[in-house]
Write a protein that binds this ligand. Structure first.
Ligand code: ZN
Length: 501
């Protein structure tokens, strides 16, 4: 649906209540796959990390990855879930070319974790508790690449390639109960919830948590309920949205799209939908009924997973500080305003800023560098800011500014040098000769020369028109190639103009 045909967002909210639900897939960072010894590795040569078991060849025999169980339990605990005394794997039968086994080993009626909750805080301070229905273990499918079309999608492609390296990679799927009452905040609820999950799995260390590599992917369920009625509307499921901003946009788009259809007297089709980042729209995928028959049955080759209570409690003891609690603690420690903190958090720079402060920078300086110049350079290169420069180097850079060795302008040049691999900040200062000229002798020589060249300015300053000094200061800064402290130059200019009487 073209953007122009959508119903106005406020109008949609006035007529309908959005009801949400999210399924988040988290790819675990175990060394090996879920049921075999193949490497769980991103970026290997196509189909090199495969074996008879993950390819579903005759004679393959799965074995559960203990580390994956451990990670799933820890994740379940962090989400406040109960850990099942006994849980089972099941075969989910369907045919698709990226699924060599023709069934996905998943969990069905006996998930490892169930009945948790996660409280998220929106930017306006509103808190929403999202109920978690279940978190279950399963394996990922392979990856299809469609070649020859304009869009990279299957439509219009000449042929498709399949890479089974991802087939059998351990996943945890976290399923929420329906979320009501989000109202106009619905898109932000989606973004904030998925960010909270991502922050948790990152803090737990159970996933690389890189959304751009698909480590955390979200299926967003959206339906609309007409005001004044109690019946749930028909939902759509927008699949595999893999950036926080896209989740927010996709939820918003679906609310406006569905409202437009309903207002025109149409009906919503229960289906999966694809999200298109470029156009900011969704398009129809496949119809999806609640009664899709996957012919689930217990996986006969795997025994039930029955973690001992002692082990579960032991794992509970390994849980790190909850990201939400950490945010509260850091806000207090750093003394930022809510807005300043949000700036850092939204840019995903909490770790970097914390490490920079630990390396000796003030909170204000750490925030300024990461959310300012470094974020700008990272954006320009389209890479995460944390990959450009280390917190230690940022702290060193901030220290050089504090010590008066560098002005902000010079520091930005030094930063570029550090990013270009020219060494630590001090090394770049030395190699490029970028330090502030703090030698008054050199400054005075340049000032006297500038004053002599502009006798009219000199006369004005002596007349008490101090603002005229700007022209001389400018000339001196230029002569110093910007490597002078402008405040000190001004002081000296006034002093020299006075002493020349
Ligand atoms: Zn394998």
């Amino acid at each position: 649906m073209a953007k122009a045909d959508l119903l106005d967002y406020e109008k949609a909210l006035e007529l309908y209540e959005p009801v949400l639900g999210f399924e988040v897939h988290v790819e675990l960072n175990t060394k090996t796959k879920m049921f075999c010894g193949c490497a769980n590795e991103f970026g290997s040569g196509a189909n090199t990390n495969t074996c008879p078991t993950c390819l579903g060849l005759p004679g393959g025999m799965p074995q559960v990855n203990e580390k994956a169980i451990e990670s799933s339990i820890r994740l379940g605990l962090a989400l406040g879930c109960d850990i099942a005394e006994s849980s089972r794997f099941a075969r989910k039968n369907y045919f698709y070319p990226d699924l060599a086994k023709n069934f996905q080993t998943s969990q069905y009626d006996e998930p490892i974790a169930h009945d948790g909750s996660l409280t998220i805080e929106l930017e306006n301070g509103r808190e929403i508790t999202v109920e978690i229905e279940r978190a279950h273990m399963e394996e990922d499918a392979g990856k299809l690449t469609h070649v020859g079309g304009a869009t990279g999608r299957i439509q219009g492609a000449d042929y498709s390639l399949v890479d089974f390296n991802r087939g059998g990679v351990p996943l945890v799927e976290i399923v929420t109960k329906i979320i009501e009452g989000a109202e106009a905040d619905a898109p932000e609820v989606g973004r904030t919830y998925v960010r909270a999950i991502r922050d948790i799995v990152k803090a737990l260390g159970v996933s690389n948590a890189r959304m751009e590599e698909g480590n955390v992917r979200c299926d967003a369920n959206v339906s609309l309920r007409r005001r004044g009625t109690t019946e749930l509307g028909t939902r759509t499921e927008t699949k595999n949205v893999n950036s926080l901003r896209s989740i927010e946009r996709a939820v918003r788009y679906e609310i406006q799209r569905q409202a437009a259809i309903l207002e025109a007297g149409g009906t919503i089709v229960q289906e999966t939908r694809h999200w298109h980042e470029d156009t900011g729209t969704t398009s129809a995928g496949r119809p999806k009924s609640d009664a899709d028959d996957y012919r689930y049955f217990p996986e006969p080759d795997l025994v039930p997973v029955a973690p001992s209570r002692e082990w579960v409690e032991e794992l509970r003891g390994t849980l790190p500080e909850q990201p939400a609690a950490r945010r509260k603690r850091l806000t207090a420690e750093w003394g930022f305003t809510a807005l300043e903190f949000q700036d850092v958090a939204n840019a995903d720079l909490l770790d970097e800023v914390e490490a920079t402060i630990a390396a000796g920078a003030t909170p204000a300086a750490a925030r300024k560098w990461w959310t300012g110049e470094i974020a700008r350079l990272a954006n320009a290169q389209n890479v995460p800011a944390g990959t450009l420069v280390s917190p230690q180097h940022v702290a060193e850079l901030a220290g050089l500014v504090d010590a008066g060795t560098l002005t902000d302008r010079l520091a930005r040049q030094v930063l570029e040098g550090v990013i270009a691999g020219e060494g630590r900040p001090q090394e770049v200062v030395d190699a490029r000769g970028l330090a502030v000229v703090s030698d008054d002798g050199a400054l005075i020589a340049a000032i006297d020369e500038a004053l002599a060249a502009q006798p009219d300015v000199l006369a004005k300053i002596r007349d008490g028109k101090v603002q005229a000094a700007g022209a001389v200061i400018g000339a001196v800064m230029k002569a110093m190639r910007g490597q002078a402290d402008a405040a000190r130059v001004r002081e000296l200019v006034l002093e020299r103009a006075g002493s020349a009487e």
